[in-house]
Design a protein around this ligand. Structure first.
Ligand code: GDP
Ligand code: GDP
Length: 347
């Protein structure tokens, strides 16, 4: 995960370390000696004050601070590295600002560990963009609904081919593992293949799918599934939706209708991490249309760049909830910033 960006960050970290490290002591320039007649030297010479040049050099080492110019090249390289990794421009700007703030003007003493400073400054800058004001806990949402005797309704939105149906199957497995009863709603009614695909996954993980004929009203399917869950005392309804291009006006209208009818407790955007900034732009569009609760990024196992993972939180203002880390139904992990940080900075 993130091999490319990790290597880039490693280089940057080494360069910051060298900048932060005390400079080697410069030989003090010989002071011009005035021509004086040789004196009779006393037997024991008095202790000499260190020369002015040497004193200045020592002071520089013990109390140094970095000027903006000292790190200009490094910051530029970091910026290029992040952009090459498909990190969104405002997020790159934010990271760069944090790195500068962490280094410029910082008092550097002899006791500081340059490597630690470099690592800390980069880590903190990236950690910052992975945080949201509001945290979302999916299991808590489901629990709260169960306490009310109602099924939790979770709608999944996203473009086809990104891993949405597989993610719904993974989420089913995850919820079943926590003791919840789940039913799926095949509200991607536009594609016959969409309904079939969901049914295949559902059979494998062992849950029912509520469906109607192809072309039927997607909101009606979601409504049926919720009624089914209520009648059977099930805990969670996972709604699969059609995922055509986010620019498709009809599709967005359909999403709005599903949301109006199903009144979901959560709307989760599913994106393909490999598509980088595209996934981030999709999330933004879905968020503007129906308001997402958070995101799940799939195919993290194959993602060398990390751009989507670093950008999606800040761009949407909504947290990443889970990461898809493989094709198996158990390859879904709860998101924690440390997963990303360890992938980027771990050994
Ligand atoms: P949908 O059209 O959005 O429903 O996409 P699918 O769920 O059918 O997934 C498309 C492909 O991506 C399938 O081959 C999945 O096995 C694969 N896939 C989904 N999630 C992951 C993941 O986290 N890692 C990897 N490597 N592949 C995944
Ligand atoms: P294409 O031929 O597969 O590209 O489909 P079109 O974009 O021509 O759409 C055909 C019709 O289906 C139009 O009337 C659209 O409003 C409708 N449509 C398009 N996408 C969806 C969708 O995702 N869900 C539903 N229910 N209808 C859709």
């Amino acid at each position: 995960m993130f091999e490319k960006l990790k290597n880039k960050l490693k280089q940057i970290k080494e360069r910051i370390t060298r900048k932060v490290a005390p400079e080697p002591v410069q030989e003090a320039p010989p002071e011009a000696k005035p021509e004086v007649p040789p004196k009779i030297t006393p037997e024991v010479p008095p202790p000499k004050r260190p020369s002015k040049g040497l004193r200045r050099a020592v002071k520089r080492i013990v109390h140094r601070e970095l000027a903006p110019g000292d790190i200009e090249d490094i910051v530029w390289d970091l910026q290029v590295g992040l952009l090459e990794s498909d990190v969104a421009v405002p997020v790159v700007d934010h990271i760069i600002e944090r790195v500068k703030a962490g280094l410029v003007g910082r008092k550097l003493g002899l006791r500081d560990d340059p490597k630690k400073i470099a690592d800390e400054v980069l880590r903190e800058a990236i950690k910052e963009v992975l945080k949201t004001e509001k945290e979302v806990d999916l299991l808590k949402v489901v629990d709260a609904k169960r306490a009310e005797g109602e099924p939790a309704v979770i709608v999944f939105v996203g473009i086809n081919g990104t891993g949405k149906t597989t993610t719904i199957a993974k989420m089913t497995r995850y919820l079943m593992g926590h003791g919840y009863k789940v039913v799926l709603a095949a509200a991607d009614t536009f594609r016959a293949a969409g309904i079939e695909q969901l049914e295949i996954h559902a059979e494998r993980v062992g849950v029912d799918v509520i469906k109607q004929r192809r072309g039927s009203d997607a909101a009606a399917v979601a409504y049926d599934a919720i009624a089914h869950a209520k009648a059977r005392g099930l805990d969670v309804v996972l709604v699969d939706t059609a995922g055509r291009m986010q620019t498709e006006v009809n599709l967005m209208d359909e999403m709005k209708k599903i949301v109006r009818v199903a009144k979901p407790d959560m709307i989760i955007f599913v994106g393909d991490a490999l598509t980088g900034n595209d996934a981030v732009e999709q999330a933004k569009t879905f968020d503007q249309t129906v308001g997402i609760t958070g995101s799940i990024l799939c195919k993290m196992d194959a993602d060398a760049r990390g751009g989507a993972a670093l950008s999606i939180t800040q761009v949407t203002g909504k947290p990443i909830l889970f990461l898809g880390t493989g094709q198996g139904y158990d390859d879904l992990v709860e998101f924690k910033p440390e997963i990303i940080l360890n992938a980027l900075f771990g050994d």
